[in-house]
Design a protein around this ligand. Structure first.
Ligand code: MLT
Length: 409
């Protein structure tokens, strides 16, 4: 038999969301009439905005004509999309990003799993805990960790607990080569201030470390004075890679499009001490393993930045954020301590009287027929917490709040 990658054996049996799906299907098999409301995985529920579908339909028509047909596109993305990103996402906030620093992809999940290919095999990885599981699991698969301990912490990974005490904003206290930061944060819903990011940028530059900044939820920031990009912080161009996504911002979870920014100033060292450009490395990797996001999808993404596209997608984000407000207030009225939900579509609630987060998952499913995500699924420091997503219809969110108030209020 062929030899396999032994590091896979260190992983938990299933990835978090399929595991939740498995448990929900098990419950449904015995309770087929239960009117389940899903506030677990952050999957959008509003249909694509008309500006996007029109652009994609027009792109389909182009593809059906010899004169306007497109074969392989540029691996880094079409100029029309890169230009829109540069202007609307960065120049509009005073940030200068060059075209060849933007890499369009088929999703931030892939980008956040793939980016670790740039780091040394023995690089030390730091994550805030709880954390989006892809950052950890992709490094486990790549062999950068030992086994997990009884709390689920892998040896070799530096865990930075994000707790109520530190307002879910851990300080850069440990030596690491690479740190993953996410703001607005999945799962805690916390948003990073400029001062907080400045601390990290200064630390990374002083320690020759690299920050992977996941800004997939930046569109949900309600206060314009908060940074949307890490490049709004002086010094970030020499220490940070940024990831952005259209999934939550424009309803692309089923369409798939995202991008990564790799500044040209960002440098690393080879084992022989030579200096190399991360931008050149990522370009090499991207053009070797990826043939570009599809033309249709990139036309759809570019339409997000049209006048109607911005209006329509911003209205969707507002809609989800109103759901978040209702959830936060409703859960508060039911006596739960809640965090997040102000600049992020996730509510991070504290379970009562030390109820374990998987126990709370089962309880909520059984009693209220509501699916959420157990905090422990995002890392050991998530134990005792539970994440509810604001991505659903208004009726379902209102109904979920009523059920929770009835059961717990
Ligand atoms: C989540 O629920 O954490 C996200 O939807 C997962 C993802 O973006 O891959």
């Amino acid at each position: 038999m062929p030899r396999v990658n032994d590091h896979f054996a260190k992983l938990k049996a299933g990835y978090l969301f399929p595991e939740i799906g498995r448990r929900v299907r098990g419950f449904q098999a015995d309770n087929s009439d239960a009117p389940i409301i899903k506030l677990g995985i952050g999957d959008v529920t509003e249909p694509l905005a008309p500006a996007i579908t029109s652009a994609m339909k027009a792109a389909v028509d182009e593809m059906g004509e010899r004169a306007t047909f497109h074969g392989y596109g540029p691996e880094r993305g079409y100029g029309f999309l890169i230009d829109a990103i540069r202007q609307h996402d960065y120049a509009s906030r005073g940030v200068d990003i060059a075209d060849d620093e933007i890499f369009v992809s088929d999703g931030s999940k892939c980008d956040s799993g793939n980016v670790q290919e740039l780091f040394a095999a023995d690089a030390t990885i730091a994550v805030t805990d709880p954390v989006y599981p892809v950052y950890v699991d992709s490094n486990v698969m790549a062999g950068r960790t030992g086994a997990a301990d009884e709390n689920g912490r892998y040896t070799g990974i530096v865990y930075l607990p994000a707790t109520e005490e530190n307002k879910f904003a851990p300080a850069p206290s440990d030596k690491a080569d690479v740190v993953y930061l996410c703001s607005p944060n999945n799962p805690t819903g916390t948003v990073a201030t400029a001062d907080y990011l400045e601390t990290w940028v200064d630390w990374a530059n002083a320690h020759d470390a690299l920050i992977i900044f996941d800004a997939a939820y930046e569109a949900f920031i309600r206060d314009d004075s908060l940074p949307h990009s890490i490049y709004e912080i002086d010094g970030a161009r020499t220490c940070a890679i940024e990831m952005r996504s259209y999934s939550k911002r424009a309803g692309f979870t089923g369409v798939r499009c995202a991008f990564m920014v790799v500044p040209k100033e960002l440098e690393g060292k080879t084992s022989s001490g030579d200096t190399v450009s991360f931008n050149a490395m990522w370009n090499r990797r991207h053009s070797t393993k990826f043939n570009g996001a599809s033309y249709l999808v990139q036309r759809g993404a570019a339409a997000v930045y049209s006048e109607e596209g911005l209006q329509q997608t911003n209205a969707q984000v507002d809609f989800y954020m109103e759901n978040a407000r209702l959830l936060r207030e409703g859960l508060g009225a039911a006596g739960f301590t809640c965090y997040g939900g102000e600049h992020a579509p996730y509510i991070w609630l504290k379970t009562r009287e030390g109820t374990g987060s998987w126990e709370f998952f089962d309880q909520l499913l059984r009693t209220c027929h509501i699916v959420g995500t157990p905090g422990a699924g995002f890392g050991p420091s998530g134990e005792g917490f539970f994440r509810l997503s604001a991505f659903n219809s208004r009726d379902n969110v209102t109904e979920a709040i009523e059920r929770i108030k009835k059961a717990y209020g």
